[in-house]
Design a protein around this ligand. Structure first.
Ligand code: GAR
Length: 222
């Protein structure tokens, strides 16, 4: 047993040295960012959040960054809803490079990426979306699912490509819709599921367990 303990200490020590450098982009309240930051405090977690980038100077995510001692970068992305103004994406890439970022997680970043980020981090940008993709892409996905009357809603973490919410899916969690649900109560349970699959997807990516074959992402089995 003593021997095992020694090995596990050594192993943990090695993993903490090999933490991959992750940036989180967030526009809003930051609960997924918080779930990521909390997971990164685990000794055996293979990633660390090296910076938060936000396009919203009033984002709740900024307080989360303060709470966890994570540097925060604000980038003015312009006033066009859902879009990045010219130069904004180049500016984000420039700042991410300063932090020597390897992976990027979009945790409620409400702007569509254009080419600069995608080409700077090919296959290394992940997004969480509050629906079982490919259903209910775009804004207000929980409301779309609720209004449609689905019996099973959920959330997805996927690779980001040049489509909107259309890249290869890494993890999904189903959330059954109950008779007594309002859209708000359903969205709350979907969010709790997001907080489970988001850190797990990062863990899989950062420990090089994922393989993309066409649209399929392999290596996610427990
Ligand atoms: C989350 O529900 C996330 O899935 C969604 O924004 C919310 C952010 O919440 N993202 C999208 O809809 C992207 N298409 P949070 O700020 O508390 O993490």
């Amino acid at each position: 047993m003593l021997y095992c303990g020694f090995i596990s200490t050594l192993w943990k020590g090695t993993v903490s040295v090999l933490r991959r450098r992750l940036a989180v982009l967030a526009s809003g309240r930051g609960s997924n960012f918080k779930a990521i930051a909390a997971s990164c405090r685990r000794d055996d977690f293979p990633a660390e959040v090296v910076c938060l980038v936000t396009d919203n100077a009033k984002a709740g995510a900024i307080s989360v960054a303060e709470e966890y001692g994570i540097p925060c970068e604000y980038v003015d992305a312009g006033s066009r809803r859902g879009r990045l103004q010219d130069g904004a994406e180049e500016e984000i890439v420039r700042r991410l490079r300063e932090y020597e970022v390897e992976f990027v997680f979009l945790a409620g970043f409400m702007r569509i990426l254009r080419t600069e980020l995608l080409s700077a981090f090919p296959g290394r940008i992940l997004n969480v979306h509050p629906s079982l993709l490919p259903s209910f892409k775009g804004l207000h996905a929980q409301q779309q699912a609720f209004d449609y009357g689905v019996r099973v809603a959920g959330c997805s973490v996927h690779f980001v490509d040049d489509s909107v919410d259309g890249g290869p899916i890494i993890l999904q969690e189903a959330v059954p819709v109950e008779d007594a649900d309002s859209c708000e109560s359903l969205a709350e349970r979907i969010l709790a599921a997001e907080h489970r699959i988001v850190p797990r997807a990062i863990e899989l990516l950062a420990s090089d367990q994922l393989r993309v074959e066409g649209r399929r992402v392999l290596g996610t089995d427990d």
